[in-house]
Ligand binder design. Structure first.
Ligand SMILES: Cc1ncc(COP(=O)(O)O)c(C=O)c1O
Length: 378
């Protein structure tokens, strides 16, 4: 059988990883400033994480959601404590798209409505409702296209105010847009959305799948704007590579048996991985590290004449390349063995482990200095 060929692949085969580093099968070492799409939060193969998973596997790896699993409660408690959402409820699932799909479903159940507001350049996943709420017609199949979604311009308060009404079930927005190119919603915009949702009985869903788990220097990116959404979704950094997603639900929304469900969600290994992540984030003060290194990197990046703006917060940063330097990302990987991310058409995205060290951050700046100096003098 052949693989269904949907991914353009680098010809690199990683066989080992540690902290912010990967090694391929030839022994070449790579600096990972992308974390496999923002997934590696505490660093590759962190010893506490590995130990927690191995110990759990020796005890019990899986049973379904029909028996008591106190690890789920421990995880909910720890997540509530670190995020500040102690009174919210947690539904565990397996991926980002699944978290958002469930969030949209909860909002629709709760309001009895089906209209959703999303924003330009949004990415929320590839399941039916989430891909319909994603601003990329190319990946929306006819089967997915019948949802009632309105796309509004990002950060446009007037457009939002004139569109929200009492028929809207939910507004879904990323804490910081990732796939769209690292675009930060202004605090004003988020505050207006929050107020208007309350006024019209619509629920506010904050997609923190990429921007959450300490990446921006607060547990969730929306906490920079001092708002409290009804529903918050998480995945990516939550399991540091173990597939896990979560939906945080405000206390006023009442569950009923059978309302949601999943076979794998919240299994023992997923909980052990997620607990290990939170324990390391706390004990190694990784949220502070993300905030500090984000400021440091931004300052250094802005010293390159070709970079006029660095968008994002903490260790979720993006900058645009002019046409003259379009090959930078390719050169960083091919010549300096540094993984970075991209957003079409010309944005470089930095999404490293939150345990990145200053010396590692400097390696990017040094490599860029070599490449950009060459371009300038060429
Ligand atoms: C903001 C956001 N939401 C949802 C998703 C979908 O997550 P997953 O690929 O785990 O389904 C992504 C993935 O890139 C994302 O960045």
């Amino acid at each position: 059988m052949k693989l269904f060929d949907v991914y353009p692949l680098f010809s690199i085969e990683p066989v080992r990883a540690n902290g912010s580093w990967l090694w391929d099968k030839t022994g070449q070492r790579y600096l990972d400033l992308y974390g496999g799409h923002a997934v590696i939060s505490i660093g590759h193969s962190h010893p506490h994480y590995v130990k927690r998973l191995k110990e759990q596997l020796d005890k019990i790896g899986f049973y379904s959601n029909s028996v008591q699993n106190p690890l789920q409660e421990k995880l909910a408690e720890k997540l509530g404590q670190l995020s500040g959402y102690t009174d919210y409820q947690l539904f565990l699932c397996n991926s980002g798209a699944e978290a958002n799909e469930n969030a949209l479903k909860i909002a629709s159940f709760e309001t009895g409505r089906k209209k959703i507001i999303a924003f330009s350049k949004a990415f929320h996943g590839r399941t039916s409702g989430t891909v319909a709420a994603t601003d990329n017609a190319k990946i929306v199949a006819p089967f997915n296209a019948n949802h009632d979604i309105t796309f509004l311009p990002f950060n446009d308060k007037a457009a939002f105010k004139s569109t929200i009404n009492n028929e809207v079930a939910a507004v879904i927005i990323e804490g910081i847009q990732g796939v769209g190119g690292i675009h930060v919603p202004t605090s004003d915009f988020l505050q207006l959305i929050s107020t208007e949702c309350k006024k019209h009985g619509a629920l506010l869903i904050l997609d923190e799948i990429q921007s959450g788990y300490g990446r921006t220097g607060k547990f969730f990116a929306h906490q920079h704007a001092n708002i409290k959404p009804d529903i918050i979704t998480t995945a990516k950094g939550m399991g540091n590579g173990y597939p896990v997603g979560g939906v945080l639900i405000q206390p006023g929304i009442k569950p009923w048996h059978g309302m949601l469900g999943t076979t794998f969600g919240g299994n023992y290994l997923a909980c052990a991985a997620s607990l290990a992540v939170l324990e390391v984030i706390e004990s190694e003060k990784l949220i502070d590290n993300a905030a500090e290194l984000g400021k440091y990197w931004t300052e250094k990046l802005l010293s390159f004449p070709i970079i006029s703006e660095v968008r994002g917060l903490g260790l979720m940063l993006g900058f645009d390349l002019p046409d003259s330097n379009k090959t930078l990302r390719k050169d960083l990987l091919g010549k300096h063995f540094i993984f970075t991310g991209e957003a079409k058409p010309n944005t470089v995205r930095l999404l490293p482990s939150l345990a990145l060290k200053k010396e590692e951050a400097d390696l990017l700046i040094e490599a860029m200095a070599v490449e950009l100096e060459k371009t300038v003098s060429a």
